[in-house]
Design a protein around this ligand. Structure first.
Ligand code: SF4
Length: 255
């Protein structure tokens, strides 16, 4: 349990068999499988949203039951535009679970970005802003950690673009593993509250998906969960999870 393993070749029969085995497993069982399969070649990523803190708690419990400290790195991208409540949630989670959060920042400060690309980039060109402030730091994090697999808290209930999210995305390098993929929003919230896990207080003010301050508003009753993200732009994903990291072209960032 929780040992370094060598990278394997994932043949189609292995992938099908693993998907079948994990299909009806609980998030904790999926996490256990991931820790056994990848050990120290596994990282987590988190923005400390509701799903993220639930997942961190589950991983922490898995280590704790084996008498171990939670050593798996948690990659966190601080865009410089996050809500103070998000940063405070991160601090409270670190204090509660002693986890190792590794923070990555954009290469450009907000002032440098404005000088190079013009003012108000979050509203004028959110795709470029997300590439500069989210995707590029994540690219750097993955290049430095070189994980075989990433544990992440995304779930099908979060949006139409995530509706068919599988437990394992085998077609990405690193692999992406989503133990909460098939949980409902109610299950996640129940888990967080029943385990007294620190969570972002903005959820209690109508923010059901929390990103950067300039691009996030509370959700009105009846709206989809991510309706408050980049409202009015048609944009629904920042790009972190739609990017192929090993082959991405970052030349736009060097112009
Ligand atoms: Fe920029 Fe908004 Fe994307 Fe944050 S969410 S990186 S502020 S465009």
């Amino acid at each position: 349990m929780i040992q370094m393993k060598q990278t394997k070749k994932y043949t189609r029969p292995y992938r099908l068999w693993t998907d079948y085995r994990l299909r009806h497993r609980s998030p904790r069982q999926i996490i256990r499988w991931a820790l056994d399969a990848f050990g120290e070649q596994l990282v987590m990523t988190s923005a400390f949203g509701m799903n993220g803190v639930a997942l961190i708690h589950m991983v922490y419990e898995e280590f704790r039951e084996h008498g171990l400290d939670m050593t798996i790195p948690i990659i966190f991208v601080d865009t410089g535009y996050l809500f103070p409540e998000t940063l405070e949630t991160k601090r409270r989670i670190e204090a509660a679970y002693g986890c190792r959060v590794v923070t990555y920042y954009p290469a450009l400060g907000k002032e440098e970005q404005a000088a190079r690309y013009g003012p108000d980039l979050p509203h004028r060109d959110p795709d470029l802003c997300c590439r500069l402030r989210k995707v590029e730091p994540m690219q750097r994090a993955i290049a430095e950690h070189r994980p075989v697999a990433i544990l992440n808290g995304r779930a099908c209930f979060q949006s139409s673009t995530r509706r068919t999210l599988p437990i394992i995305e085998w077609n990405y390098t690193p692999l992406r593993i989503h133990p909460l993929a098939h949980w409902s929003q109610e299950q996640v919230v129940d888990y967080v509250k029943s385990h007294h896990i620190p969570y972002n207080p903005l959820y209690d003010q109508g923010y059901l998906s929390i990103g950067c301050q300039p691009c996030t508003r509370p959700v009105k009753p009846g709206e989809p969960i991510r309706a408050g993200r980049w409202p009015g732009t048609g944009k629904s994903e920042c790009g972190i999870w739609t990017t192929e990291y090993p082959t991405a072209d970052w030349t736009v960032l060097r112009k």
